[in-house]
Design a protein around this ligand. Structure first.
Ligand SMILES: [Zn+2]
Ligand SMILES: [Zn+2]
Length: 344
């Protein structure tokens, strides 16, 4: 099969690889669409340590079942499927207590970080355990379905964020996850939603997807601009979907006393946080890691049109363009949410 292999930092090669064999619990899936995640773009540089070469990346994908392992239940050859990125074991204490994203034996599709290597879907075929896959409704396209992994993270973030009807929410970052968090928090009953980003086109998209107010983070006084919208108290909840020092600072400061701060982004592994501001104002902080069992719901939310992913598809590309597209995305492309590999 044809595969796009990250063979060295910044290098992607089209290689001919053997079609992976489906284990007893696996589906062998013929890939139809696979989106490039921001983590792939950072990962191919070798700087995150989570794409150690050689690795076939790709954890946001959909396709058609080509073969099923002996123990697979509920799937047949020919089913159109999409799948979650977290491969969990179904046996450890976290899995058994309903925290599958905290699985002791957790692997991620398309990731190699030293202890394991699991090839992903930037290839003509990929295998995943059947319990992370979902059969797609007929009217969903493969490209839409490939974006549901991203949806699951924004939905999990919204599920983690306690909210009362009409609460004011600030979202930092209008990338894929931020734009899903916006739609999910709206479904959960948020009142005024204010979103920030550096990109005018992403903010435009946020407005079209239901944000009440968009604020360009380049503005001289971002905190002042946000406070003008939340009122002097600040937001009831803030969702941070960037993960760098300045956005973390602003996110904490705009959150009102006894408010909630949900942290999704983690571009920088370490940032400083205002201890006194958190302690003396009784801020509740939630971390968000991938999703925890929401994937099937997300398929329904997208299929029903309650969460719209269509604007996220910035371009459709063949696998052969992988190197050029990654190089371009690494430099930064204004307004790009997802470049999606499409297969015949
Ligand atoms: Zn991703
Ligand atoms: Zn487990």
């Amino acid at each position: 099969m044809k595969a796009l292999v990250n063979t060295a930092p910044y290098v992607l090669e089209i290689q001919d690889m053997p079609i992976p064999e489906a284990g007893p619990n696996d589906l062998l899936i013929r890939t139809k669409a696979c989106a490039i995640c921001g983590s792939d773009v950072k990962g191919y540089s070798g700087k995150t340590g989570r794409r150690q070469p050689p690795i076939v990346m790709g954890h946001e994908a959909a396709g058609v079942v080509e073969a099923v392992g002996a123990h697979v239940v509920g799937f047949s050859v020919g089913d159109r499927v999409c799948f979650d990125s977290t491969v969990y074991c179904n046996r450890c204490q976290y899995c058994l207590s309903g925290h599958i994203n905290m699985c002791e034996n957790r692997q991620v599709v398309g990731v190699s970080e030293g202890t394991y290597r699991r090839h992903g879907a930037m290839a003509e075929y990929v295998t995943v355990p059947y319990w992370i896959a979902v059969i797609m409704p007929d009217h969903l396209t493969f490209e839409q379905a490939a974006l549901i992994e991203t949806v699951s993270i924004g939905v999990h973030a919204a599920n983690r964020t306690p909210l009362k009807l009409n609460d004011t929410v600030v979202i930092m970052g209008a990338g894929g996850v931020g734009l899903v968090a916006l739609q999910a928090i709206r479904l959960k009953g948020a009142g005024k939603v204010i979103i920030t980003d550096l990109s005018p086109s992403r903010l435009q998209m946020a407005a079209e997807l239901g944000a009440d107010v968009t604020v360009n983070a380049k503005t001289d006084d971002l905190l002042g601009a946000l406070r003008a919208e939340t009122g002097p108290e600040g937001s009831d909840a803030t969702m941070e979907a960037v993960g760098i020092q300045p956005t973390i600072d602003t996110a904490l400061e705009i959150t009102r006393k006894a408010g909630v701060l949900t942290l999704i982004g983690n571009v920088q592994p370490r940032v400083e946080m205002g201890l006194q501001s958190i302690v003396s104002r009784e801020i509740t902080i939630y971390g968000v890691c991938a999703s925890n069992g929401e994937f099937a719901d997300c398929v329904e939310l997208v299929a029903a049109g309650r969460i719209n992913v269509d604007p996220f598809i910035s371009e459709r590309i063949p696998l052969e363009d992988g190197q050029a597209v990654f190089d371009k995305l690494y430099k930064g492309v204004e307004g790009n949410i997802r470049s999606v590999f499409v297969f015949d």
